[in-house]
Design a binder for this molecule. Sequence first.
Ligand code: AMP
Ligand code: MG
Length: 413
Amino acid sequence: MEFNTAGLISLEEALQKMRAYVPPKTEKDSESLPLADAAGRITATPVKSPLFVPPFDNAAMDGYAVRCADLHADAVLPVAGKAFAGAPFHGEWPAGTCIRIMTGAPVPQGADAVIMQEQADISDAGVRFTAEVHKGQNIRLTGDDIKQGDSVLPAGVRLGAAELPLLASLGVTEVNVWKALKVAVFSTGDELQPVGTPLEEGQIYDTNRFAVRLMLEQLGCTVLDLGIIRDDPQALRKAFEEANTFADLVISSGGVSVGEADYTKQMLDELGEIGFWKLAMKPGKPFAFGKLQNSWFCGLPGNPVSAALTFYQLVQPFIAQLSGHTAWQFPPRLKAKAVTPLKKSAGRLDFQRGIFSTNAGGELEVRTTGHQGSHVFSSFSLANCFVVLERERENVAAGEIVEIEPFNALLRS
Ligand code: AMP
Ligand code: MG
């Protein structure tokens, strides 16, 4: 089949080109932070455990600590003392006796098994054990989980609710992380108004800065918001220059198509190096990428769905790379049965917004959110996934299998 795709580049190719530009991070890009301030940051070096976990041999059950050598047939062992979690047994432990022990208590020196209390008969004379005993049973050994010096987290991992408590459990007080990325944001367009201002004829509210700012914050970036910039080369130049003095990355929206008021490309040509692409992707055809003097630049398309989608699919992975977040990846794509028809013409990879769920038979199903226009931002709030339709695919009938990509936390929180 022939496509009219002259000059269009694929999403993969665009991502590859962006990735190829980024130099590896160096030590000067990292800083050491107290654990409490490190939430959402990315590890710059592997984190090693300063401790053994558990730090001492301890009981896995409530019961009795014994020396197996004392357990001849019909042995009755008097209780010589008690060991609690946080209150170890330190007394004399005569041969032929046992120690009452609770879960988590340090196992007394010399004990080689813990017998659960359900397998003990207690009388005035002492404790008789009713089940077979194996050496080492119910003892959690020092370093069973983690050895001192073991790497517990690699570099390139985001510190969240799974990672920070782990480090706290090891007594780690400081962690070496990459510095937060500084990102400047502005919207372009004479028609745009910030929320809170009444709309005059022909004006609309600025959606994109809200979307971009929120997503950047969720990605752990420090954001400088430069507001709305008019479609005027002078104003645009000033915005670019100011952004470039502050930011590692500058993100604009609008003005990247070929209309008469689209100055972004021209400005980039003047102030930096431009890579301007027509992406074989829908929505989101025009996308600018380049380098200013001190910063990277991403120019999102103006239509809000296109802006959010290109941010999600292109800028998000790019930011992960700039941030040293090497463990980052999109949620895996899954196969689902379309239960509504989906409109599609061949030529561009399509990211439609869909709602997926599991049907009574346990299979994944997906339906459309409805109108898929690049100005229909409500489609995002209805959706929980992208329906990813291959470049060459055409209309999808109900019942066909399609690929879905569940939203990650940027779009679903
Ligand atoms: P442009 O790429 O500047 O030609 O914009 C394409 C379309 O997106 C036009 O209909 C613009 O009005 C609209 N648009 C541009 N920027 C925004 C924005 N920040 N929020 C909402 N709509 C926008
Ligand atoms: Mg515009």
